[in-house]
Ligand binder design. Structure first.
Ligand code: GLN
Length: 190
């Protein structure tokens, strides 16, 4: 499969490495032209307001919204989760707004800004998954059509809606490739 990774800012190369390990081609997306022919797209972590501004500056915001509305599988991690959300607490930053979710940025407090938790994720089986959080957001409200795949302390941190998948944590920073594999399954079954 040919998977685009939005490469304007943030944890880009880590996603590309996982995709390559799984035997897929990773395409860095920096212009509208790069979107041609991709089977799926990853929006990485970083600073969501900066990535939003760059999406506008590089004329990528509307083309990606359109591809998402037409069914392109899109996987957002951390800042990517924020950018995919329709509602962002106290912010009017640019966004893709493709998921019916309401998110809170930097939501785990200063003391817990970076941390890891090992926990099982039901859709991935019983082997625990190491979730890595870096100034992470969480989803505090999901609207109809959104499936919650994992919560931590009553905060939604992994969800999906049709062709969209989001995590508040960073699956690209662990050796466990199960979440990327899950996304690839969505791409293949499209
Ligand atoms: N705190 C960042 C934001 O609000 C997200 C952090 C991340 O992607 N690791 O955009």
């Amino acid at each position: 499969m040919k998977i685009g990774v939005l490469a304007l800012q943030g944890a880009v190369s880590e996603h590309c490495k996982v995709l390559n390990k799984l035997g897929h081609e990773a395409i860095n997306i920096v212009s509208q032209h790069d979107l041609f022919g991709i089977d799926g797209l990853i929006i990485p972590g970083g600073e969501s307001s900066t990535i939003g501004n760059l999406l506008v500056r590089y004329c990528l915001l509307n083309p990606i919204i359109e591809l998402g509305q037409n069914g392109l599988p899109i996987f957002g991690t951390c800042a990517g989760l924020i950018l995919l959300s329709k509602y962002i607490e106290k912010s009017n930053q640019h966004r893709l707004g493709l998921m019916d979710t309401h998110v809170i940025r930097n939501a785990f407090g200063r003391q817990f800004s970076c941390f890891e938790v090992n926990m099982p994720i039901p859709i991935l089986g019983s082997i625990p998954y190491n979730t890595v959080f870096i100034r992470a957001p969480y989803i505090d409200k999901v609207h109809e059509g959104v499936s919650v795949l994992l919560s931590y302390e009553n905060k939604v941190i992994f969800a999906e809606q049709n062709n969209f998948l989001v995590t508040a944590f960073h699956p690209e920073l662990t050796d466990d490739m199960r979440i990327h594999e899950y996304f690839i399954q969505k791409v293949v079954s499209r």
